[in-house]
Design a binder for this molecule. Structure first.
Ligand code: GDP
Length: 303
């Protein structure tokens, strides 16, 4: 249901455009496949992915002798889902937890993509399942970022470790990991800075944060989650590539799917970057975060 509502924009525009394919439908000819490719590109699946889907749809339609618009739509939906799932496992949206001691998740991403909000939402989720959660405010660079995480902490009823503005993020994370170990927290969620203008500094900073974490807990961070804003379309991909150049990422949180008609970005993320989308943000409130489910997602686009 959350998916249905959150994907309303994508669904309306993608679904409308897709149904337009069948307005003066006179069989599956080259024009039909050109229109299909265009529709997919407009939904931000990317050029290569659009061509690939179109070719696979063509093969299946010819092989299965499919001809009605309903059957053709079904083939398209199935191809989109399989393009996501074939490169991974069903349980791909699962997160890795520590077997013993605190689990640490590091959140990275450019300013404004929804890092802090996603941490706030996840913290509430885990707390509701009885986990003892600690947040670390390591975005010490941006005025207001610490404040914002503390506000989520108050709202969720979870503890926050924060230094002063401009303090060393590595020192903050060190404090947080020590506290998490000493006071038996189940989960530590670490917010980081996202000023990509100064890429080298940022990457050094992330590197240092990671080193501090793994010095204290050898198999941590258990996840490094890159947060991407789906409304930025293909820019989200460019950002992801920039992060992947210098830091290892274990999964994606894709935010603001409620605010875009371009939900198709999920497919290139998977196919070009080989990363799984773990969670999607579907609004601004604490409940608006769902584990990613490719089938639900693609069906949501077409309904
Ligand atoms: P950060 O700089 O990466 O930490 O980004 P923030 O968490 O501060 O989020 C930036 C803005 O995006 C805020 O106004 C959030 O309310 C908003 N936001 C975050 N996630 C979502 C989402 O899934 N949907 C919508 N509509 N807004 C979101």
């Amino acid at each position: 249901e959350k998916y249905d509502k959150g994907l309303e924009k994508s669904r309306k525009s993608f679904g409308n455009r897709l149904s337009k394919l069948f307005v003066d439908f006179h069989g599956v000819d080259d024009d039909f496949y050109d229109d299909l490719e265009e529709t997919l590109i407009e939904a931000d699946v990317g050029f290569d992915t659009a061509i690939q889907i179109s070719e696979e749809v063509r093969d299946e339609i010819e092989y299965e002798h499919v001809s009605t618009p309903e059957q053709i739509s079904e083939v398209i939906v199935r191809k989109l889902v399989s393009l996501y799932t074939r490169n991974g496992k069903q349980e791909d949206n699962h997160l890795v937890f520590s077997k013993e001691g605190p689990t640490v998740f590091l959140f990275v991403g450019v300013n404004g993509v929804g890092k802090t909000t996603s941490i706030g939402k996840l913290a509430a989720r885990f707390k509701a399942r009885g986990r003892k959660v600690l947040l670390a405010a390591c975005d010490t660079f941006r005025a207001g970022a610490i404040e914002q995480l503390q506000e989520w902490g108050r709202r969720d009823g979870v503890d926050v470790v924060a230094g002063k503005e401009q303090s060393d993020p590595a020192a903050v994370v060190f404090e947080a990991v020590k506290k998490a170990k000493a006071e038996n927290y189940d989960l530590l969620l670490v917010d980081t800075a996202g000023r990509l203008q100064n890429k080298v500094n940022l990457m050094n900073e992330l590197d240092k944060i990671k080193r501090v974490i793994s010095r204290e807990i050898s198999d941590a961070p258990h996840e490094t989650l890159l947060v991407l804003d789906s409304t930025t379309g293909q820019n989200a991909l460019t950002q992801a590539k920039a992060f992947l150049e210098t830091t290892s990422v274990t999964g994606i949180i894709l935010t603001k799917l409620d605010g875009t008609a371009k939900g198709g970005i999920v497919l290139p993320i998977r196919n070009q970057l080989h990363l799984s989308v773990k969670y999607v943000g579907l609004g601004e409130t604490v409940e608006d975060l769902s584990p990613f489910d490719p089938e639900q997602y693609v069906n949501g686009l077409f309904k």
